[in-house]
Design a protein around this ligand. Structure first.
Ligand code: AMP
Length: 185
């Protein structure tokens, strides 16, 4: 299956997407993870991206699209994939569509994680990642609302969007995800 996870930072996409990808036997692709790893390894892309990550800004579209395009070319992606934190802008969504159209393998599901604002702030203040400082968190939430949230409409128009109530235990949220996925598959 081919799935996109949408949702603000702190919504729990990372944990749930790993679990779902394992359950479905598909590739888990988090552009945030790739960027952090690339930075830690001292690679050019990661070092270039670092200044954006530290300020809670999105890295340029070309850069993440390049990461995704090269990963999609790998053999293991033929069974499907789950994108976590990508796409985050309309140009990224359009670029992804092009890549997938070329493979005749369109997206089948877009799941939007929904968490009240106060709950997100609480979760992010407890997480302790380097880009979880209060200022940066506020900026990442603002960027999400402005640039990423509109993607929900983009996928809703196509009939593949499902909202996920992401407040609850890990198992409760996972059960809601499974319900949405089976509805769309
Ligand atoms: P995440 O782990 O998904 O929260 O991503 C952490 C940071 O990596 C973001 O705040 C951005 O700076 C960068 N990033 C990850 N994915 C993308 C993307 N699809 N487009 C632009 N920037 C991204």
């Amino acid at each position: 299956m081919r799935i996109v996870f949408l949702g603000p930072p702190g919504a729990g996409k990372g944990t749930q997407s790993l679990r779902l990808a394992e359950h479905l036997g598909v590739v888990h692709l988090s552009t945030g993870d790739v960027l952090r790893q690339s930075r830690a390894a001292g690679h050019k892309i990661g070092l270039e991206a670092a200044k954006y990550l530290d300020q809670g800004q999105l890295v340029p579209d070309e850069l993440v699209v390049e990461i995704v395009a090269s990963r999609l070319a790998d053999d293991d992606c033929t069974r499907g994939y789950l994108f976590d934190g990508f796409p985050r802008t309309l140009p990224q969504a359009e670029a992804l569509d092009k890549l997938l159209d070329a493979r005749d393998a369109p997206l089948e599901a877009a799941l939007e994680f929904m968490v009240p604002h106060e709950e997100l702030l609480k979760r992010l203040s407890q997480r302790g990642r380097t880009d979880d400082a209060e200022e940066t968190v506020r900026e990442r939430l603002r960027v999400y609302a402005e640039l990423t949230r509109p993607l929900a409409n983009y996928y809703d128009d196509r009939g593949i969007l499902r909202g996920i109530d992401a407040v609850g235990t890990l198992d409760e949220v996972f059960a809601r995800i499974m319900l949405a996925v089976s509805d769309l598959s």
